[in-house]
Design a protein around this ligand. Structure first.
Ligand SMILES: Nc1ncnc2c1ncn2[C@@H]1O[C@H](COP(=O)(O)OS(=O)(=O)O)[C@@H](OP(=O)(O)O)[C@H]1O
Ligand SMILES: [Mg+2]
Ligand SMILES: [Mg+2]
Ligand SMILES: [Mg+2]
Length: 373
């Protein structure tokens, strides 16, 4: 857990630098690429995958460490990927040189392009029911990332098909949700507006949990881990609200990723009255775990298969913080069947407690057949 938290802290620094550069007016639009499914990928996605892979292998002295992760090295290895690869190499070395600040080791010499491609390629495990492997989404919510909005770095460990630990780095999700306004102004103005409480303000946080502890934790995102006392971590807990009238639900921003119409119908039928909060990435899971919202729902289009890296870290954090997360049939998400959440029934529902969860699962059953999903 300690290694995983340190590694995610370091990875978040890389992301913040890349995002800041991306948002500068002079930034080259060429730094965002399109994958075959037309989803975006950036220097940060590859960069984080490379440093997490390199640092985990280094910490555990294991060249053959097993990692399931989202990205591959195909574009970077292609003949027209040279300039992009160069940017990834620079971002990775710029971050790894600071590894000692996070209590981690820097490489003896700067990594070369082929070391970085190898680190990315090493994350090619395919998961499954037996043994132990890491699961990484280097940048979850890449769309939010390129838009200067929310995104997450998500790292989990799976043992014999069960998520045993999860770490969620949320670089733009401050320790207190009231500070989000400050953050938005920061981006709008890109100027030095003074922080709400000098010294105590942090742009982001890292949340983590270990299966079976019944506790989940949050610490500020830092740029010098030496200054961070583990006692700065504080326990997070889900909301105690169970009355739908006072509950808020969150969901993906893009209607291509979930049916906003179906969730609006569900919300109405269970008596939710507040506007949904649409947020990019697993920050939605972080928001449930620490009690900022009560419900998360996602109903992807038929045929879309959810991937384990989009959920593993967030699921264990929600559960240990006291929440409930299942598919729409009320069954646990199954991380034991490879890179996909095979057998997922219709959609995903996470709640701060069993009462709200039960009502929503019931509402899905009542309205599913008349929906167009
Ligand atoms: N068609 C479709 N349906 C459902 N889900 C999809 C789909 N396509 C992609 N994805 C996955 O969604 C991840 C982003 O989820 P978000 O909650 O951030 O979505 S949103 O941008 O707020 O709408 C996103 O993760 P990242 O690629 O890591 O950003 C994808 O794994
Ligand atoms: Mg993702
Ligand atoms: Mg991703
Ligand atoms: Mg992606």
């Amino acid at each position: 857990m300690e290694v995983a938290v340190r590694v995610v802290q370091a990875a978040c620094t890389l992301c913040q630098r890349v995002q800041d550069a991306l948002l500068l007016p002079a930034s080259a639009s060429g730094s965002v690429h399109s994958k075959l499914d037309r989803s975006p990928v950036t220097v940060a996605d590859w960069g984080v995958q490379a440093i997490v892979s390199w640092l985990l292998s280094d910490c555990f002295q294991d060249e053959n460490i097993s990692i399931v992760a989202e990205e591959d090295d195909e574009t970077l290895s292609s003949s027209d990927g040279a300039a992009l690869l160069e940017s990834v190499v620079a971002a990775v070395n710029g971050c790894l040189i600071e590894a000692p600040k996070y209590g981690l080791r820097s490489p003896e010499k700067e990594l070369k392009a082929h070391d970085i491609l190898q680190a990315i390629r090493r994350c090619s495990s395919i998961g499954g029911p037996k043994g132990r492997f890491w699961v990484l989404d280097p940048v979850d919510g890449t769309l939010g990332f390129v838009r200067g909005d929310q995104y997450a770095v998500a790292l989990a460990l799976i043992e014999d098909g069960e998520v045993v630990l999860g770490v969620l780095g949320c670089p733009n999700y401050p320790m207190k949700k009231e500070w989000l306004n400050y953050h938005q102004r920061y981006y709008r103005l890109m100027s030095k507006v003074s922080p709400p409480t000098p010294g105590s303000w942090h742009r982001g946080c890292v949340m983590y949990a270990h299966r079976g502890c019944g506790q989940a934790w949050m610490q500020p995102l830092v740029h010098d881990f030496g200054k961070l006392d583990w006692r700065n971590s504080r326990e997070v807990r889900v909301s105690t609200v169970s009355d739908p009238l006072s509950a808020t639900f969150c969901e993906p921003v893009e209607k291509a990723n979930t049916s906003h119409t179906f969730t609006a119908g569900l919300a109405h039928s269970v008596g939710l009255r507040k506007q949904p909060l649409r947020v990019y990435s697993m920050v939605k899971y972080a928001a449930i775990a620490r009690g900022d919202v009560e419900i998360f729902m996602k109903f992807a289009r038929a045929g879309y298969k959810e991937k384990i890296w989009d959920h593993a870290a967030g699921v264990v954090i929600i559960q240990e913080a006291g929440g409930v997360i299942t598919d729409a049939g009320g069954r646990p998400l199954d991380f034991s069947r490879g890179v996909f959440l095979e057998g997922l029934d219709r959609g995903i529902i996470a709640c701060s407690g069993p009462l709200l969860h039960h009502r929503i699962v019931g509402a899905v059953d009542a309205s599913w057949n008349s929906s167009t999903l």
